[in-house]
Write a protein that binds this ligand. Structure first.
Ligand code: HEM
Length: 413
């Protein structure tokens, strides 16, 4: 039998066991940055590198409908989310999110989050111990709710923050974390759908030009507004990933602890360095292990093929740690981004290509803006890092410093 047609063993258990290292390990054993495998009962081809990014985002070859497994939809994205749409349906829904790329929107959200951070820091100094990952999640949730026009009496920020973080934390694992994520999503979709219903019936007024107003008004077709459940899913697709920037805040704190020399330039308010630092945090530390799409034709890459109806996997973690692309991928070196902006298909922690025409994350500028602002604040904050478990296990997806990054003796600047 032709080696390319031979049935392959399903590798889903290996993915669950190896996490971020699964594809890079397979890539090391292969030639040409391509791996033929089987995942979730389907034939799959894993690829990496800027040219592979362009293949992955070519809708003629790869689409999203039917690509995202139900356990991921029921936790991370929500059923019917923009992530799962193709063609015109995707383009129309994406219009809801593209204003997020606008510099005024980015600045507005950053100001709200910075204000929430400054307020929180004043209370941290009165507490014996702070888990930075948890506190950052709360600060980001408070900031994004205020910015998105969510009425303060409609949410309890603390429980919302816990649920938003849980939805991300449990999407890629069986067991208790996954159950928590499912419960969190059900709870928050119900609450958010109620809020949207209240805006639509006039029981509440959404601030003009707010995200809440835009979602409540959005129509996929001229005749029909989004059903309230899908509208809730999409509003949560703004709130949840903003809260998830807490992963990068914990990683930024980890980087400042491991390589404290970077503190000075951040503290001094060197804007170009803050941007480079934010990019390097997003490259160096693991978040999305890979992205997946459904092949709509047979796809061949560097001599390996996957049939229509299979999966094309873009190895994001491997791409960011590829020696050919980065030279010294395991060195944390923000300076690599100082004298040049990364190419669209080079730095891809939030997807590749163009956010206006494909699935690339519309919140990338927001993420970079928040990370720049919070990294500077973190560098200016005085605190002690007590003995704790700061290991970042690559088998856990998504991962983070095990302790959540504990600080004591906080003194606000
Ligand atoms: C922790 C920071 C973030 C990470 C790591 C992240 C990562 C990603 C990734 C990997 C994708 C998928 C790209 C693809 O499928 O090709 C994505 C899509 C998306 N992200 Fe983000 N994101 C982050 C923050 C944000 C923020 C702050 C927002 C909004 C305020 C946001 C909203 C979205 C939306 C709506 C999509 C779906 C886009 C589409 O399918 O067209 N994300 N993000």
């Amino acid at each position: 039998m032709d080696a390319h047609r031979r049935p392959l063993t399903d590798r889903t258990p290996a993915l669950l066991a190896e996490g971020y290292a699964w594809l890079p390990n397979r890539m090391r054993d292969s030639t040409g940055s391509v791996v033929r495998t089987r995942l979730l009962g389907r034939p799959a081809l894993a690829v990496r590198g800027p040219q592979a990014v362009r293949l992955f985002y070519d809708e003629g070859h790869v689409q999203r409908h039917g690509a995202v497994p139900a356990p991921v939809l029921d936790t991370l994205f929500g059923q019917g989310a923009v992530h799962t749409l193709d063609g015109d349906a995707h383009r129309v829904r994406k219009e809801l999110f593209l204003p997020l790329l606008n510099p005024d929107r980015v600045a507005g959200l950053t100001e709200h989050v910075a204000a929430a951070w400054d307020e929180a820091v004043r209370t941290w100094s009165e507490r014996p111990r702070i888990v930075l990952f948890d506190e950052a999640g709360l600060v980001l949730t408070r900031g994004v709710c205020a910015w998105a026009g969510i009425p303060p009496d409609a949410v309890d920020a603390r429980s919302l923050a816990r649920d938003l973080v849980a939805m991300v934390d449990g999407f890629a694992t069986p067991g208790p974390r996954h159950l928590r994520a499912r419960r969190a999503r059900t709870r928050q979709e119900t609450r958010t759908a109620r809020l949207i219903e209240e805006v639509r019936t006039g029981a509440r007024t959404a601030p003009a030009d707010s995200v809440l107003e835009a979602v409540a008004r959005h129509r996929d077709t001229p005749e029909h507004p989004l059903d309230t459940r899908t509208a809730a899913v999409e509003l949560l697709n703004v709130l949840r990933p903003t809260a998830a920037v807490s992963w990068f805040v914990a990683f930024a704190a980890h980087a400042l602890h491991r390589w404290p020399a970077h503190r000075e330039r951040l503290r001094a308010g060197d804007g170009a360095f803050a941007t480079a630092f934010a990019h390097e945090v997003r490259r160096f530390y693991p978040f999305a292990p890979f992205l997946g799409g459904r092949t709509v034709t047979e796809v061949t890459w560097h001599g390996e093929s996957v049939p229509a109806g299979g999966l094309l996997l873009l190895d994001v973690y491997g791409h960011h740690h590829d020696e050919e692309l980065w030279g010294d991928p395991y060195t944390f070196r923000p300076e690599r981004f100082l004298d040049r902006s990364p190419g669209a298909d080079e730095l891809i922690p939030q997807g590749g290509g163009d956010p206006a025409h494909g699935h690339r994350c519309p919140g990338e500028r927001i993420t970079v803006g928040l990370l720049e602002t919070l990294a500077v604040r973190l560098a200016r904050l005085e605190y002690t890092v007590p003995e704790q478990d700061l290991r970042i296990p690559l088998r856990r997806v998504p991962t983070r410093p095990r302790s959540g990054f504990v600080v004591t003796g906080v003194r606000a600047p």
